[in-house]
Design a protein around this ligand. Structure first.
Ligand code: HEM
Length: 498
């Protein structure tokens, strides 16, 4: 009997050892496994990633490995070491990770597959249509679409309070304007109308899907998430080829993607539609909260708002444009580039609100050299992670990092690029758009469209926050995935400037 008990105990210990996972090898960073087999530190990390990482940095230094939901993730916390991670494109790969999580999230088959030869490369090439000369065309189109939505929804007559004020919820306002104007710019409009019917419902469905986005990216099976599968199907169906072929003024970027998807007989119509839906998420999922934060910080700092408004009027005057509320404004790429205070406000808002994690999967066991003296051994299949929010909130790099400072990114009238840590100039100091091979291809368009949105707000409206509202905090539920949403919406008032 006692022998059986001993055997059982032995077996149990063996199972626990296997479940507890690996041992730290020579040259590897400190290893933090947590006491729960498999799960490791996933719950603590998921609860508040920023605080978790800061506490572990204090205890274990700038490089440490954490077991999170069965994965071993090595965090590199010192931004001076980032360049050496980012440049290791071959041994530290991003697309393997994306290829694994995107299909489960958006519902299309994995791109890197023998079924779709060359597709990954063609998709990468399509991203060029978001930049260079095409950026001017996209920016111009966005301006027209923003004007359209502003005119029809906010500049028209409607119920007003005393003094001509209208009330609104700021996030809802940004969402309705930016979602629709970006949609029209990317996908075009129906042939016989300037706007799509049912945009409100599409947006509501999108928000419901988006609320589940962190769980989908964490590879939670969609059938466990209530209505999410049905909502995703509805969203995907919006982009079925027979519907999209009836739209006009579709951007060259989306047209090229449709053509490249059509080359693959192995793709069903619904798969093609799922690819288009993924681009909708990429183009508004972060842009809407980013627009909110810039608007919120400017409206809650009236002095800063006044500086940006003045800069805008000066730029229009210099360009010989006489602003009148009756005529549509055009602010092209070249004019937008001159708005350095507005750009600094955007950078500062992105610094305060972004929490994207840069992930790379190790392709082989090797020694990762991080600087002259420091190398760490890393294992095939492990994840190397950069968490730039820690850098964005580092008081040595950004004095009083919690506060919004309009001129944080301005030096001698141009954009400031000198930021230091330990007396050394940082190559990477602001990373809301990721880095290296996975850097956001839509970043120039995103900044331009946020600028255009803010310019229209400042040209047309007086803006005020309603009184007696506490400072809005960040909702951490999508930490690691991009721009954080506000924990609550903000009430504000706007009226046409006289
Ligand atoms: C403020 C707005 C935006 C932010 C903060 C942002 C951020 C990011 C980040 C961090 C990534 C990299 C993801 C990773 O490394 O895992 C990314 C990828 C991407 N973004 Fe953006 N983005 C924004 C707007 C846009 C817009 C407007 C578009 C398109 C019009 C766009 C298109 C994409 C695409 C297609 C990818 C995937 C790139 C790839 O697979 O290599 N983004 N974005």
């Amino acid at each position: 009997m006692s022998l059986l008990l001993l055997l059982l105990l032995g077996l149990l210990t063996l199972i626990l050892c296997v479940l507890r996972g690996r041992k730290r090898r020579a040259g590897e960073p400190p290893l933090i496994k947590g006491w729960i087999p498999f799960i490791g530190k996933a719950l603590e990390f998921g609860h508040d990633a920023h605080t978790f990482l800061e506490e572990h940095k204090k205890k274990f230094g700038d490089i440490f490995t954490v077991r999170i939901a069965g994965k071993y993730m090595t965090f590199i916390m010192d931004p001076l070491l980032y360049p050496n991670v980012i440049k290791h494109g071959r041994q530290l790969d991003f697309h393997e990770f994306a290829n694994k999580v995107s299909p489960g999230t958006f519902g299309y088959p994995p791109v890197i597959s023998v079924k779709f030869p060359g597709m990954q490369e063609q998709i990468k090439r399509s991203f060029q249509l978001l930049q260079g000369d095409n950026l001017s065309t996209l920016t111009e189109s966005m301006m027209g679409n923003l004007m359209l939505v502003f005119r029809q929804d906010h500049l028209c007559d409607g119920p007003r309070e005393e003094g001509g004020w209208r009330s609104g919820s700021m996030y809802e306002f940004c969402n309705s304007v930016m979602f629709e104007a970006t949609f029209l710019t990317m996908y075009g409009r129906p042939q016989a109308a300037s706007r799509h019917g049912g945009m409100g419902v599409l947006r509501e469905d999108f928000v419901r899907f988006d609320n589940m986005f962190p769980l989908l990216i964490a590879q939670m099976p969609i059938w466990l998430l209530g209505q999410t599968k049905a909502i995703r199907e509805k969203l995907i169906n919006y982009f079925l080829p027979h519907r999209m072929s009836c739209w006009s003024d579709t951007s060259q970027f989306i047209r090229m993607r449709s053509e490249l998807l059509d080359q693959y007989d192995t793709l069903r119509d619904v798969d093609k539609a799922a690819h288009h839906f993924a681009i909708l998420w990429a183009s508004v999922g972060n842009t809407v909260p980013a627009s909110f934060w810039v608007m919120y910080y400017l409206v809650s700092h009236p002095d800063a708002l006044q500086v940006v408004r003045q800069e805008l009027h000066d730029a229009l005057r210099l360009a010989g444009v006489e602003f009148s509320q009756d005529r549509d404004v055009t602010l092209g790429k070249d004019q937008l580039e001159k708005l350095v205070y507005l750009e600094s406000a955007i950078n500062e808002s992105l610094r305060l609100s972004s929490a994207s994690m840069n992930i790379r999967v190790v392709q082989e066991d090797f020694s990762l050299r991080l600087d002259g003296e420091c190398s760490v051994a890393v294992r095939k299949g492990d994840v190397i992670a950069l968490y730039p929010q820690s850098m964005h909130m580092d008081p040595e790099i950004y004095k009083e990092p919690q506060s919004f400072r309009l001129d944080r990114f301005i030096q001698d009238g141009t954009m400031k690029t000198d930021f230091y840590k330990d007396g050394q100039k940082l190559k990477y100091y602001l990373m809301p758009f990721g880095s290296g091979s996975s850097m956001c291809p839509g970043r120039y368009f995103a900044v331009n469209e946020i600028k255009q949105f803010l310019c229209l707000l400042l040209l047309y409206f007086d803006l005020q926050l309603d009184e007696d509202q506490s400072r809005v905090s960040l909702d951490n539920s999508r930490a690691g995935l991009g721009i954080l949403l506000p924990a609550t919406d903000v009430r504000f008032r706007y009226r046409l400037q006289v």
